[in-house]
Design a protein. Structure first.
Length: 221
């Protein structure tokens, strides 16, 4: 039996139970409610904590407060994740957005020794992982579905694509020499390095292009 079918059966067995459905709804609301107050404080640019700079936690959050609109951006990210979680239609998007945010917070609170909070955020990260798994049926095309076609092949694509980027590196080296960018002592050597880097970059692009699936999704079982 395919791994996809095994996971389908496990997911169906778990999600069809009414008490698991209530638990999923409870977890969504709980995590969303846990994110809204701190995100609101960031959005209105209020300090997250009153701890002094002598405390590692206070030092971090006080420095974060000074980053300006980045602090507010973090707040909006948390607020959007919370709202998406609360709406059943978009809960899978909310879970996907919530998980990396809360994992980052869990690592942060653990590393700076945020007493008590580090354990809470770890549990929140586990809960977010559960919600992502709950949405397996809506997210599984990311893993199991593929596209039906491959990109069009053309002659010498592993030469022409790297060559194009190598020429770009040479042009960039010439521009650097004209404007004196970096004040290098030997721009010829810099140009040679840019050509090599461009060729290597182009080779990776060519490989990615060669094996990149394109076209409509193949949904055949």
């Amino acid at each position: 039996m395919k791994l996809e079918h095994i996971l389908d059966d496990i997911h169906a067995a778990v999600t069809r139970r009414w008490w698991m459905q209530i638990f999923a709804a409870f977890t969504r609301v709980l995590l969303a409610v846990g994110f809204i107050p701190p995100s609101y404080k960031k959005i209105i640019h209020e300090p997250f904590t009153s701890l002094p700079d002598s405390n590692p936690v206070g030092h971090y959050f006080n420095a974060l407060l000074q980053t300006g609109f980045y602090y507010e951006f973090l707040g909006w990210g948390q607020m959007i994740a919370a709202i998406l979680l609360l709406i059943p239609r978009t809960s899978h998007l909310g879970a996907l957005l919530f998980l990396p945010i809360i994992v980052n917070i869990a690592v942060l609170t653990s590393s700076v020794g945020f007493v008590g909070t580090w354990l809470l955020t770890i549990f929140m990260a586990l809960a977010a992982t559960f919600l992502v798994a709950w949405e397996y049926d809506r997210l599984k095309p990311i893993i199991f579905s593929t596209r039906e076609k491959r990109p069009r092949k053309f002659n010498f694509q592993f030469v022409t694509i790297p060559g194009f980027f190598a020429i770009g590196g040479a042009v960039m080296g010439g521009l650097w020499w004209l404007i004196g960018l970096g004040n290098f002592s030997n721009y010829l050597r810099v140009s040679a390095l840019l050509v090599a880097v461009g060729a290597a970059f182009g080779l990776v692009v060519a490989l990615h292009y060669r094996f990149m699936p394109v076209g409509p999704l193949d949904r055949r079982e």
